[in-house]
Structure formats: C-alpha cells, structure tokens
Design a protein around this ligand. Structure first.
Ligand code: GLU
Length: 485
C-alpha cells in the first residue's frame, strides 16, 4: 500500500508552495489507491504560531484536498502531531549513542560561535570541529549535569546517494555533511531526526516534498542507516519561482491561500493552477477537475526544472472557472465581495441576472462585484476621459432626454426593442448608433466599458434607465457631474 504524507510546520499560513506539495501527495495517493496522511510538525516550539494548524487545515480543505489520517482524523498510526510522538524519539537517540553512532556534545554556543568565526576568517565553510566526538568515554564531562546536544557521527569519507524519483541520482559527499545535531539541549529531537522515525513509524512509502529539503535528505538517509531502517522513496518537487527568477512574494501576486481567497480567486481555479506548477497532463489539458488529475497524475510527469509562477495565467484560469461554474455557486462565492461593498441587492435586478452578465468580463470575484455594483446603486462618479469624449454641454443633455423619452414609451422592454429605439434615433439624427450607445453607457454605469449596452439595459429595467438618463442630463446642465480619472 502506497502511503504518503504532507508534513507542514504550523508556523504561519498555508502558502502556495505548501499547498502544491499537499496537492501532489494527495493526487499521487489517489492515483495509486494509496493513503494520504497529514502530519503536523510542531517540534520547533519557539516558531509555533497559534491558530496556524487550524488555518492550514481549513486552507487545504477549502482547496478540496482531503486526507485519510491526520490530527483531525484518527488512524492506526497516530498521534499525528510530532510533539505528541516525543516518547518514541528519545529512546532512538539513546540507542544511537549506545551503539557509538551518535555522541553527546557539550560545546557551548559561545565556543561554537568562535569556531565559526575562525573558519569564516580562513574563508572556510562552517563545520563542527568534532571536539566532543574525540573525547574519551571516561571523560568526566559525560557524568556532569552540563547541558548537551546529541550529534551524529557522520563518516568523514564516502558519499551518501539520494535516488530521487524526479531528479535521479544526487550524490552528497559525507565530508561536507558535518556531525549534525539530532537532539537539542532541551531533549527535543531536531526535524531531521524526528522525520525519519515518524515517516518509518507511519509506514510512509514515498516522501514527496519541496526541493528545499533535498539537502536534508542525505542526513536523513544516514539516520535511517544508523537505525537500520528501510529507506522510503524520495521525490523532491521543483521550486516555484517568479518570472524574474526570485522567490515568489506578495509583489508577484500573493503567497498564501487566504490572500488568494481575499483577492477573489476561486479555490477551484487556484488548485487547478497549482497543479500545473511542475506537472503537466499527458494530453496537455490545462483545465481539469481534481478527479481527472488524479487519473493522470504520476511523478514521471513532474519536471525537475523550476516551475514559473505566473499570476496572469492564474487570473485567466479564474476567469474561465467563473464563466463556466453554476450561477448559484458563483453567487455563493461572490456574496462576501458584494457585502464588502455594502450593495443593497434587495432592490433591483436579481443577482443571477446581473452575474450572468458580469461574469463574462470579470477576472476575479472582486472584479465581478465591482462590475455589477452599478445595477444596485447609481454611479456617483463618471469616468473623466469618457466624460470629455462623450458628454458635451450643448448636445448631450438634449440627446439623453430624447432617448429617455423614447425609452419611456417602449411597451416591451427587451433587447430587440431597445435596439430599434437606438437605430431609429441614430437614423433620425443622421449619426452612428455608437454615438448614442457611448453616452448612454456612461450615463447609466459611470464607465466606458462593461457588458453589452442592450443586455445591461434590459436587466437594469426601464424605470431606472430613464431616471439615470434624466439625472445625468440635469447634472451636465448644472455642471455638477463628478468625474474620476
Ligand atoms: N515540516 C517540514 C516543512 O514544513 C516538512 C519537511 C518534510 O516534508 O519532510 O517544510
């Protein structure tokens, strides 16, 4: 049985990199009818952020990622918080010491610091001298109650090989690995040690995680070997970089799943986009459900070169989802954005009508709410370029009043009858229809772009359309139109 895990540290919010790792693990498990475990790595107590675990769980669930076992779903391999597994870690450290594969190190932080500085002056990389490794076993310090850490005895020669399912064979020379710490002075294991035991005890078969952990893997392999445990398979997912080759930061869009939600990106679109950050479907399909992706997903289609994060593409994908999803789901997702604008939707056209029009042009839910606001409140400001182009003090008020009158006389308020009013008026005046459409749109919506005019007037309704045209005609006459750049 294939078993994989996603093992976040609850030290902040769920970032897109973490969400992608969780997603690839989830899909891999699903594809192979395996099991997916969520394990919370909360050993670094100093960096814990209250509420982070709950936030991550909520974030993953909002994206449609589910797991078989985790802190919130008990299973036979629990507990699923690393801090609750500590009793298992300490005896294993002792076992390594007893076998002479690890040792207690009493060097103080000040001594280590001085050593690092000395090496830096000689332009050498930081490296533990091995002072305590060389102490004779009857050194009285071992009987003292001085604080100590436990270090692995890393062989000074040879190499440790990571056979990575994505990157192939990656070789690390042991001499660069240093005698790294496995247990801190407070007796807590470090991540590299705990992760080995936890992955083994939870019967994890494949460790799929971000490339930033590749340099940890040889250390973990040395621990597996020292404890005589079988190795899992390793797969390191490519980095996610911004188009300029730097780490993705807020300046490139957003970094956390919550921020995307707040910007009005649908979870369906975000997860679909994350799927393509380092993986591609066999037939190059881009828009797909998680079930479809699970059918196709395997590690052989994960690239080993960095994935480039492109916010524009994400927004494009979002617009595709907004256009095709059911109108009721779209309304549910858009509601908080409408509420944030304090729009009174109890009056005016139904949300399903206005959204049907608005979604054709919107890229995010935020855009959508912004774009349909005019259906529920009269524009307070008018696009200034549009005003100088389409509103003239002499001609426009009269023209708007005539249109208002003709529209008021319409008995059937639908698209075709609206078109005939505009065609008739344009012909009578000997002008192009567009010369009537632009001022009308600006008067009714305050903007120069938006849904098709006749479609939007049909939804806005006769009374409101006529009232707005007359209002704007008067405002132009009285020179009190407020413009906005
Ligand atoms: N807790 C580690 C992290 O959040 C996980 C490392 C791993 O998957 O082994 O990056």
């Amino acid at each position: 049985m294939i078993r994989v895990r996603y093992a976040p540290s609850p030290t902040g919010t769920l970032h897109i990199g973490g969400a992608r790792t969780a997603l690839f693990n989830y899909l891999f498990a699903k594809h192979h009818q395996g099991q997916f475990v969520l394990r919370v790595e909360d050993t670094d107590r100093a960096r814990l952020v209250p509420g982070s675990e709950e936030g991550m769980i909520k974030g993953l669930r909002s994206l449609g990622i589910t797991w078989d076992e985790g802190p919130d779903i008990d299973g036979e391999f629990g507990p699923y918080r690393v801090s609750e597994r500590i009793l298992r870690h300490q005896p294993a450290v002792k076992q390594l010491i007893d076998q002479g594969l690890a040792y207690r190190c009493y060097c103080t932080p000040e001594e280590l610091d001085q050593e690092r500085k000395r090496l830096a002056e000689l332009k050498l990389p930081p490296r533990y001298s091995g002072k305590c490794r060389l102490r004779p076993s009857d050194d009285p310090i071992f009987q003292s109650d001085k604080p100590f850490v436990v270090r692995m005895k890393v062989p000074s020669e040879g190499e440790t090989v990571v056979d990575d399912l994505i990157r192939g064979r990656v070789v690390f020379e042991n001499r660069v690995l240093d005698d790294f710490v496995v247990q801190k002075s407070d007796r807590n294991p470090v991540y590299n040690f705990a992760v080995v035991l936890d992955d083994h005890d939870m019967a994890i078969t494949h460790v799929i995680r971000g490339e930033e952990h590749l340099s940890n893997t040889p250390k973990q392999i040395l621990i597996y070997k020292a404890l005589n445990l079988p190795l899992p398979q390793f797969a390191h997912l490519p980095m996610i970089l911004a188009p300029d080759g730097t780490k993705v930061s807020k300046r490139h869009g957003a970094t956390s799943v919550e921020e995307y939600r707040d910007k009005g990106i649908l979870p369906e679109a975000l997860i679909n986009y994350l799927l393509l950050l380092g993986w591609s479907a066999p037939n190059e399909t881009e828009i797909m459900t998680l079930d479809q992706a699970a059918g196709w997903f395997d590690l052989d289609r994960v690239q080993h070169t960095s994935a480039i994060y492109d916010y524009k593409k994400l927004v494009w994908m979002n617009s595709q989802y907004m256009r095709t999803m059911s109108i009721t789901s779209l309304i549910d997702y858009a509601r908080p954005f409408i509420e944030a604008r304090h729009l009174d939707i109890s009056e005016g056209p139904s949300l399903s009508q206005t959204m049907e029009l608005g979604r054709e042009r919107a890229h995010t839910l935020e855009d959508l709410a912004e774009g349909l606001a005019f259906f529920y409140e009269r524009p307070k400001t008018f696009d200034s370029q549009g005003v100088s182009k389409h509103f003239t003090e002499d001609g426009t008020p009269t023209r708007l009043r005539i249109l208002a009158e003709r529209l008021d006389q319409l008995r059937v308020w639908d698209h075709d009858h609206l078109v005939s009013v505009y065609d008739g008026e344009a012909q009578r005046e000997g002008i192009k229809r567009a010369q009537l459409i632009h001022p009308t749109r600006l008067a009714v919506t305050g903007k120069t772009v938006g849904p098709g005019l006749f479609e939007l007037l049909e939804v806005l309704g006769k009374k409101e359309t006529v009232a707005r045209l007359l209002d704007v005609a008067t405002a132009i006459d009285e020179q009190r139109l407020v413009t906005k750049p």
